[in-house]
Design a protein around this ligand. Structure first.
Ligand SMILES: NC(=O)c1ccc[n+]([C@@H]2O[C@H](COP(=O)([O-])OP(=O)(O)OC[C@H]3O[C@@H](n4cnc5c(N)ncnc54)[C@H](OP(=O)(O)O)[C@@H]3O)[C@@H](O)[C@H]2O)c1
Length: 253
C-alpha cells in the first residue's frame, strides 16, 4: 500500500490504538510523542506484527521549531506518501474554577491542544497540497461541543479545535483535502490519570458505574472515516458511550 499516517500523541490511548489499526491494514506510520521509550516499543511491535514501516520521533508539539524540524526531516519518499494526519496529542490538566485554577495548567492545555495542533498542521498542509490529497483528523471532544462545570479552559481549547476544523475545511476544500473533527465522550485511557496528575483513585472514579468508550472505539471510527470513497467526507463525528447522554449526564448503575 505504501501510504503513511502521521499520528501525534501515539504513545498511549487513542493515538496508540490508531497506530495499531492502521498498521494492521498495511499503512506505514510516523509516530510522535514525548515518551520515546513507548514509541520504540510500539513501533517495534507493529513492524514485527504487520510488516510495515514505523518512523518515530520524540516530539513535544508545543515546541514550534522542533515540530518544523521533525516534518522537514522526513524523506521525500515519506512526504510523497503521506496521506493522513491525526492531530491527537492533547490533555486536560486539572479540573477547577477559573478563580482557583493553575495558570500553568491553562498554559499547558492551550499550548498543546491548540497551538501544538496548529504547528503540526501548518507543516503538514503544504505536503498534502503538493500530493493533491490528504485527510486531517482533529481530535476535539464532547467538551468542544458543550461546557461542563470546572472544565473551562479544557472546554475552550476543544471548542477551538472544533472551530479550527471548520476553518481548515474552508481553506482546504479547493485542494481535495478532507477534514474530520472527532468529538468523543468519556473514554478510558490515560486521560484522567494525566488530568488528576497521577492520582489513580480520582482517575478511576471518572469511569465508575458505567461503560466508557475504549481507545479502540475511536480508532475504528477514524479508520472507517479514513477509508470512505474520495468524494465522501465525514466532517464531524460525535461518539459517545451509550451510557452518556451529554457532557454531564451519565446512566450509572
Ligand atoms: N479520553 C477521553 O475521555 C477523551 C475524550 C475526548 C477527547 N479526548 C482527547 O483525545 C486525545 C487523546 O487523549 P487520550 O484519551 O488518548 O489520552 P492519553 O492516553 O493521555 O494520550 C494522550 C497522548 O497525547 C500525548 N501528548 C500530550 N502532550 C503532548 C505534547 N506536549 N507533545 C506531544 N504529545 C503529547 C501523550 O504522549 P506523551 O505524554 O508521551 O507526550 C499521549 O500519547 C486528547 O487530545 C484528548 O483531549 C480524550
Amino acid at each position: 500500500m505504501g501510504s503513511f499516517v502521521f499520528i501525534t500523541g501515539a504513545s498511549s490511548g487513542f493515538g496508540e490504538a490508531c497506530a495499531e489499526i492502521f498498521a494492521s491494514q498495511g499503512y506505514n506510520l510516523v509516530l510522535v510523542a514525548r515518551r520515546k521509550d513507548r514509541l520504540i516499543e510500539l513501533s517495534k511491535r507493529l513492524e514485527r506484527n504487520y510488516d510495515i514501516e514505523a518512523i518515530i520521533n520524540e516530539l513535544d508539539v508545543r515546541d514550534e521549531m522542533a515540530v518544523s524540524k521533525v516534518v522537514h526531516n522526513l524523506s521525500d519518499r515519506v512526504k510523497s506518501q503521506l496521506q493522513i494526519l491525526i492531530n491527537n496529542a492533547g490533555l486536560a490538566a486539572g479540573r477547577a474554577s477559573i478563580e482557583s485554577g493553575l495558570t500553568s495548567d491553562w498554559n499547558q492545555m492551550i499550548d498543546t491542544n491548540l497551538k501544538g495542533l496548529l504547528y503540526v498542521s501548518q507543516q503538514i498542509i503544504p505536503i498534502f497540497k503538493k500530493n493533491g490529497f490528504g485527510h486531517i483528523f482533529n481530535i476535539s471532544s464532547i467538551a468542544g461541543k458543550e461546557v461542563y462545570s470546572n472544565g473551562n479552559v479544557y472546554c475552550a481549547t476543544k471548542h477551538a479545535v472544533d472551530s479550527l476544523s471548520k476553518a481548515m475545511r474552508l481553506e482546504l476544500v479547493e485542494f481535495g483535502i478532507k477534514v474530520t473533527n472527532i468529538a468523543p465522550g468519556a473514554a478510558e485511557t490515560e486521560f484522567s490519570l494525566v488530568r488528576f496528575k497521577g492520582n489513580q483513585i480520582n482517575a478511576d472514579s471518572v469511569y465508575d458505574g458505567y461503560n466508557p468508550l475504549q481507545a479502540i472505539d475511536i480508532a475504528e471510527t477514524i479508520y472507517f472515516a479514513a477509508t470512505r470513497p474520495k468524494h465522501v467526507t465525514l466532517n464531524d463525528i460525535v461518539i459517545m458511550p451509550t451510557d452518556q447522554a451529554n457532557s454531564t449526564v451519565f446512566h450509572k448503575k
